[in-house]
Design a protein. Structure first.
Length: 591
């Protein structure tokens, strides 16, 4: 265990001498207050340490002690429903001990050592197990069965296994390895946050992560095990979109990381989530959620650690066979923390002052997402879907963080300030956004939603793109210069935008829209467009077509209860057919 002395303090960066025996990424305790830090650079016997707590008052001559261990997270029952800071300290426990402010140097176990859990063995003495095998289960919450796995690098024959009530650090099983050595297994593991957890095989994502958001699920879907970015300027609704994804996405576990966003927004999350109901089970959403809070007023160095802490927890539950969604808000603030530490280390700056390794650090985070087969003889499938918000200054999508992110992710949900200011939410611009998973999940859509879903989607996108071109003509010469077909295109595009893509996150019914309802909504809008094209060939009055009574019902279709969708939409389709046929048979002013 290496001991040294502080020679320099520069904000969150502390330089200590006499640290020759320490290693890169060792966790250290700084000063007599034992502040938590991590070695990020070694030069001779001098170690540069990023400190994850406030360094005010530190000075040269104070002691530094290396623990000899890398920054790690504790993995075991008790993580779900918890709220951690960037280095996995439980904030609720700290508040009980010290009040509303975190005391510097406080040491608290990440996972409660006192609470007893009911361990149910699934293996028996004499069974051979290898790393990744499940030896027993614990009902962590009403929604999550915690599967106790053999730690990485361990295999052998079970000599004894003890069901019943245990704390996380009590022995629940004894293994004998090939050398005859006995190994005690507990329900608690530790894993270095910067090291990816191993798996057997990685697969191409081929199933969508259903979010209940029409603009996302229908137009720009994210696959389970995929990567997505949400860039957008201030006030365009990034945080609300991420909250919606955390609330309603069809993931078994949600890990929400507030890495550098405003404290009041994180407060809203902490206050709101315990009140929310899971749409699939009716239980509180927190029963399958982990929150990591490292807001902009907390130590800057911990922002970087918070992202790795979150992805490591996500990998742990993925290895149990769960689908996990990890949401980082926002990676721009994380990148700013990298830039600040890089400047204090006096490294050569890259574009806009960001370090040259910005792209590789972003890739290290996003590439840990994916759909995999876990270690172990059972061959469990699990996935991590990574969603990161990007906050480009002034909404400039050409800045380094956005561009580096777009080179990695496969879904781009570009938020538009103009749409947000016109109160169109979610403000995802359909002309610049894209998803590279469309072709991969088309088969799933055909089998689980409707065979015509891919065609409806492509036709709707074509109408929206044609609208963008026609708007230029309208601005120059006015609506009167357009043909009936072009006016129909504009009207259909308006209906797609206002009746389908617009979604009220605060409305009890409209906040979540199931895939079947999304299909019926888009289908009836496109049916109006298809029937309209046939009708205008008969020289009818186009204005009468636009004002048929069923159009008002289509405008309110998003408020139809899920259990009434089939009946209500069938009735609307019938009314539309009757009203358009009556209009065609009756003729228009030109007939």
């Amino acid at each position: 265990m290496s001991k040294g002395t502080i020679v320099k303090v520069s904000g969150p960066l502390v330089v200590a001498k006499d640290m020759r025996d320490a290693n890169m990424f060792d966790v250290v305790r700084v000063s007599d207050e034992r502040l938590v830090g991590e070695i990020i650079e070694m030069r001779g016997d001098r170690a540069s340490i990023q400190v994850y707590e406030e360094t005010a008052g530190l000075g040269p001559g104070e002691p530094v002690e290396s623990t000899g261990m890398p920054l790690s997270v504790e993995l075991g029952p008790g993580i779900i429903e918890n709220i951690f800071d960037g280095i996995q300290r439980p904030l609720v426990k700290i508040r009980e001990m010290t009040g509303s402010n975190i005391t510097r140097g406080i040491e608290v176990d990440s996972v409660d050592r006192q609470k007893k859990w009911e361990f149910k063995p699934v293996k028996k003495p004499g069974d051979h197990v290898e790393n990744g095998d499940i030896i027993g289960t614990v009902q962590e919450t009403i929604l999550v069965e915690h599967r106790i796995m053999v730690p990485f690098g361990i295999s052998g024959t079970i000599r004894s296994i003890d069901g019943g009530s245990h704390t996380v650090d009590e022995t629940v099983a004894v293994l004998e390895d090939s050398d005859g050595k006995e190994i005690n297994l507990t329900m608690l593991q530790k894993w270095p946050v910067r090291k990816q957890r191993p798996y057997k095989q990685k697969f191409t994502p081929d199933e969508p992560l259903v979010t209940g958001q029409r603009n996302i699920d229908t137009m720009f879907p994210l696959a389970k095990g995929g990567m997505a970015a949400i860039p957008g300027p201030f006030g365009s609704g990034k945080t609300v979109v991420q909250h919606q994804l955390a609330k309603w996405s069809a993931a078994d576990i949600v890990v929400y990381i507030g890495c550098g966003e405003r404290g009041n927004e994180m407060t809203d999350v902490l206050m709101e989530f315990p009140e929310l109901k899971d749409p699939r089970s009716g239980e509180p959403l927190m029963k399958r959620t982990v929150l990591i809070a490292n807001t902009s007023d907390m130590p800057v160095a911990a922002r970087e650690a918070s992202v790795y802490t979150g992805i490591t927890i996500a990998e742990y539950y993925r290895d149990m066979g769960y689908d996990v969604a990890i949401i980082a808000d926002s990676t721009s603030r994380w990148a700013e923390a990298l830039r600040e530490m890089s400047a204090r280390l006096e490294e050569m700056p890259g574009e806009e002052g960001y370090p040259a390794y910005l792209g590789s650090r972003l890739a290290q985070f996003y590439e840990r997402a994916g759909k995999v087969m876990s270690l172990g003889s059972e061959g469990r499938m699990g996935s991590i879907s990574a969603i990161g918000a990007v906050s480009p200054p002034g909404g400039d999508l050409s800045e380094p963080v956005t561009q580096a992110t777009l080179r990695i992710v496969k879904v781009f949900w570009g938020l538009d300030a103009q749409l947000a200011y016109s109160r169109h939410f979610p403000a995802i611009n359909w002309l610049i956004s894209y998803s590279l998973y469309n072709d991969r999940i088309a088969k799933w859509s055909e089998e689980n939603v409707s065979k015509d879903m891919p065609k409806l989607k492509s036709d709707a996108m074509r109408v929206l793109q044609e609208e963008a071109s026609l708007q230029e003509v309208v601005r120059l010469v006015g609506m009167d210069a357009l043909s009936k077909g072009e006016r129909l295109t504009l009207e259909a595009a308006r209906s797609i935008r206002e009746d389908f893509l617009y979604q009220d996150a605060m409305h009890e019914i409209d906040t979540y829209c199931a895939p079947a309802k999304q299909h019926r909504m888009l289908a009836i809008i496109m049916k109006f467009y298809y029937m309209g094209r046939e009708a205008i060939a008969g020289d009818i009055d186009i204005d009468k077509l636009f004002s048929i009574p069923v159009r008002e019902k289509i405008g309110r279709a998003r408020f139809v209860d899920q259990d009434k969708v089939a009946a209500e939409f069938s009735l609307m389709e019938q009314e539309m057919e009757e009203q358009v046929k009556a209009l065609v048979s009756g003729g228009g002013e030109d007939a």
